[in-house]
Design a binder for this molecule. Structure first.
Ligand code: GRF
Length: 202
């Protein structure tokens, strides 16, 4: 299976996928990353892709007149690599109708909180501020909402009294990277069905 991964930052989730595929082998893992895209240039996530010898692309919102044109351009840039599965690994933009029309049902996102709790761009900060005693991460299919699509898998992380946002996020990311590698491999190898809010992996 062909994966396109979208990033906006450090790309440690991307790196976890790259390392897993290198260690396991494309055949055994069931997928290979064919390209990495971003909404901004000069980020570590793109440097990781370049170090791995992968094609990269940057589709910036400010380069387009309207959000819809950006969305269509992003969809085009992704489609050019003929992915079976698109993975948002810290991609911080909300995609629109055009993108979902083409990749809905095969577009996976990872979020650093236990959805439906604490959706949005500050899930770690919000869980901490709320006083949650456990939080975690969620891998889900992207639908037309924000972090509202069918949940595939979740991992639980304890919140510690001495945690600040960065410390908690780092601990979440340790679980998140393992969860994403495991889920993407299973989706690619086994195939899956989405039945309403349920995801059934064969
Ligand atoms: C991840 O925790 C992701 O869930 C969140 O931002 C972080 C991205 O980390 N949206 P990285 O870029 O994969 O290191």
């Amino acid at each position: 299976k062909r994966l396109v991964v979208l990033v906006s930052g450090s790309g440690t989730n991307l790196q976890a996928l790259l390392d897993a595929i290198t260690e396991t082998g494309v055949e055994a893992y069931g997928a290979e990353i064919v390209a990495v895209g971003a909404d901004r240039a000069g980020i570590e996530g793109l440097a990781r892709a370049e170090r791995a010898g992968l094609p990269t692309f940057v589709t910036r919102v400010k380069d387009f007149e309207t959000r819809e044109e950006w969305d269509a351009a992003l969809a085009e840039a992704v489609a050019a690599h003929e992915p079976d599965l698109v993975v948002s690994a810290g991609f911080m933009k909300i995609v629109g109708k055009e993108f979902l029309a083409r990749f809905g049902g095969r577009f996976v996102n990872t979020h650093p909180a236990l959805l439906p709790s604490f959706p949005g761009a500050h899930g770690v900060r919000d869980a901490l501020a709320y006083g949650a005693r456990v939080t975690g991460c969620t891998v889900h299919f992207v639908d037309d909402g924000v972090d509202t699509g069918p949940i595939i898998a979740q991992g639980v992380v304890e919140v510690r009294d001495e945690d600040d946002e960065d410390a908690l996020h780092e601990r979440i990311k340790e679980v998140e990277r393992r969860l994403l590698v495991e889920v993407v491999g299973r989706l690619a190898r086994n195939g899956y069905r989405i039945e309403g809010r349920k995801v059934v992996i064969q």
